[in-house]
Design a protein around this ligand. Structure first.
Ligand code: HEC
Ligand code: HEC
Ligand code: HEC
Ligand code: HEC
Ligand code: HEC
Ligand code: HEC
Length: 439
């Protein structure tokens, strides 16, 4: 943890410099592009102006401290100067996993609007222990009507240390970086190449119009890493045009397009009004953030159109399914984890790979249904905790009192394998009630 403290002190001092460089930029009317903050593609590309003012917020021509002429010694420090716990240029704090009601003042103690969709790198607020579910009638392959589930995974009022994260930012004691791009590369090329990941392996700092400025071709550095040839674009909505909270996106798991929608609690969709509470929202259905267990719109499952299985799904093309986004984000994750991209029959048909031989489908269930993108605080106490990584390496255990938790919650949103029960009842015995049950 000593490392963390030193690092944060550095951020506080660099933040002031970074922000002063970007104030003009942030205070100016931006073109309506899909990107947020200083990451506006059309401005940084020179398409709308050849007098960009943004570059100096992150680069120095002659006195740069980091590679790529960055004004900070390293790129992560640059990002966290605004997006960190003690950052000062953004509303999102990816270390603590929250979005503030207004730009972070550098103390990290401002009013919290809600929990971030990606979880957090040091602490997260996912209520991993209290998943709830509601049953719906579905058509089983056995030709009778059975039960499927749809769940809600809520938000806790305070942050808890993460037990897994995509990058090790919590210092020496917590998450242990494995540094392997699991499943990347050709069949039978091992568990995956050794790589190092930074924020820009996944995000384009200059903006590109994609959802969350995600790189069209995600790529960490490392020998043997195989990047995709084709662009994996994830479509985005328009950036809101107001000023302050009304012009800032909602990055929480609550309803609403803008941060103002969240702080006011006024946004209503599908019959669910938002709730002005930092602990409102749902991590489970965050591709279409619900603020209550969703009611089925009634159009998905019928004897004629319902698929055979025990999981309720909207039919392809149903607007409530938000399919284009779900498929795009799953394809994007597979830009690095290529051998995780499973089709619906892969549970029977072998892939030919010695490690990733059979796999759960991801063509109907996107990766971010089960996983968060940054970090999770889920607890893995038993077998789920001891499970080795694909290369056979053991997880790291942490004992506190009598309880041993393993730092390998694998970015999942529910403790142990509650993830499976949130959709499946393998016993086929839970009746259809339509009533929400919380465990
Ligand atoms: C939010 C911070 C940020 C801003 C604003 C920014 N850059 Fe960058 N830039 C980076 C980072 C981080 C890298 C290195 C990582 C990468 O290439 O993605 C980089 C890399 C570059 C590179 C080399 C790699 C490449 O992508 O071509 C160029 C050239 C560059 N920036 C130019 C600019 C110019 C010109 C501007 C202003 C119009 C600008 N940058 C604004 C953060 C920024
Ligand atoms: C492995 C890829 C990956 C890495 C590494 C990564 N991100 Fe993200 N990030 C994502 C994805 C995917 C999302 C969208 C999450 C969602 O909506 O479910 C996201 C979302 C965000 C958001 C919006 C808030 C949220 O939580 O949804 C911010 C801000 C952000 N990232 C900043 C960062 C910074 C700063 C770093 C480095 C410290 C970083 N990211 C590292 C993939 C990554
Ligand atoms: C000068 C401050 C500043 C710096 C430095 C900075 N950002 Fe941002 N970034 C912002 C602001 C402001 C937003 C708008 C949302 C908010 O308030 O957090 C934003 C938004 C984002 C988003 C969401 C974009 C979207 O599509 O809505 C991502 C992802 C992100 N930043 C990642 C990064 C990464 C990665 C770095 C480092 C390379 C970085 N940022 C550096 C200020 C900054
Ligand atoms: C149905 C839920 C679910 C979906 C969808 C899902 N995962 Fe996972 N993932 C898990 C579980 C559970 C684990 C823990 C290891 C296990 O049980 O095999 C895991 C583990 C992982 C790991 C860690 C290495 C390992 O295998 O233990 C990676 C990497 C991963 N998933 C990537 C992905 C990617 C990429 C996608 C989308 C293409 C995806 N996952 C979709 C449930 C899911
Ligand atoms: C730029 C490449 C890249 C992208 C894109 C990417 N990952 Fe990863 N992922 C990695 C690397 C590298 C690791 C190993 C991190 C470590 O432990 O050092 C990893 C680790 C994981 C793990 C295991 C975490 C643990 O507990 O050890 C899961 C689960 C996972 N990724 C899921 C996802 C999902 C879901 C997405 C899409 C939102 C995604 N990844 C996108 C590179 C990527
Ligand atoms: C978001 C919902 C969801 C979650 C969470 C989920 N599954 Fe699935 N699972 C599905 C869907 C949808 C199918 C495909 C069903 C079909 O094709 O009829 C499926 C298929 C399967 C199958 C193939 C047999 C069958 O019923 O088609 C197995 C086995 C399975 N899942 C096990 C698991 C396990 C183990 C977990 C926890 C790691 C899990 N699932 C988590 C939705 C889910």
């Amino acid at each position: 943890m000593r490392f963390t403290i030193t690092r944060r002190t550095t951020f506080a001092s660099v933040a002031a410099v970074v922000v002063s460089g970007c104030l003009w930029l942030l205070g100016t009317a931006m073109p309506v592009a899909a990107d947020g903050g200083p990451h506006v593609g059309l401005a940084n590309s020179g398409a709308t102006t050849l007098a960009a003012d943004s570059c100096g917020g992150c680069h120095r021509a002659h006195t740069a401290q980091g590679e790529m002429l960055l004004m900070q010694a390293d790129e992560v420090a640059l990002c966290l100067a605004c997006h960190g716990e003690t950052g000062t240029g953004a509303t999102t704090n990816v270390e603590g996993g929250v979005q503030f009601a207004s730009t972070n003042d550098g103390t990290g103690t401002g009013t919290v609007a809600g929990a971030l969709r990606g979880g957090g790198f040091i602490e997260a607020r996912i209520d991993t222990a209290h998943g709830s579910r509601v049953s719906y009638p579905v058509r089983l392959s056995r030709a009778t009507y059975g039960t499927g589930f749809s769940s809600l995974v809520g938000v806790t009022a305070a942050g808890t240390s993460v037990t897994s994260a995509h990058m090790d930012l919590d210092g020496a004691m917590g998450v242990v970086a494995r540094g392997v791009a699991w499943g990347n590369g050709a069949l039978n090329s091992g568990a995956g190449p050794s790589v190092s990941l930074t924020c820009t392996s996944c995000h384009n700092p200059h903006g590109n119009g994609n959802y969350r400025i995600l790189n069209s071709i995600p790529e960490p550095t490392g020998t043997g890493f195989v990047a995709t040839d084709a662009a994996l674009d994830v479509p985005d909505g328009l950036l809101p045009t107001g000023s302050g909270a009304a012009g800032t996106r909602n990055y929480t798991v609550q309803w609403g397009r803008t941060l103002k929608d969240v702080t006011d609690g006024t946004y209503v969709n599908n019959g669910f009004a938002g709730t002005p509470s930092a602990s409102a929202g749902d991590y489970w259905r965050k591709y279409l953030p619900w603020d209550g267990v969703p009611t089925w719109n009634g159009t998905g499952i019928t004897a004629a159109t319902g698929h055979a299985g025990d999981v309720p799904e909207y039919v392809p093309g149903d607007a409530d399914n938000n399919e284009s986004y779900r498929l795009a984000i799953a394809g994007w994750c597979a830009g690095c984890h290529s051998r995780y991209d499973g089709g619906v029959s892969d549970y029977i048909t072998p892939t030919g790979d010695a490690i990733y031989t059979h796999r759960h489908q991801t063509s109907r269930t996107e990766c971010t249904q089960c996983h968060v993108a940054h970090g999770s605080n889920a607890g893995m106490i038993g077998e789920s905790g001891r499970m080795t990584y694909p290369d056979g390496s053991a997880p790291t255990g942490v004992t506190s009192g009598d309880t041993t938790t393993y730092l390998n919650s694998r970015l999942l949103k529910i403790d142990n394998r509650g993830t499976c029960n949130a959709c499946h009842d393998p016993t086929g015995t839970v009746p259809y009630t339509g009533v929400v049950t919380t465990k």
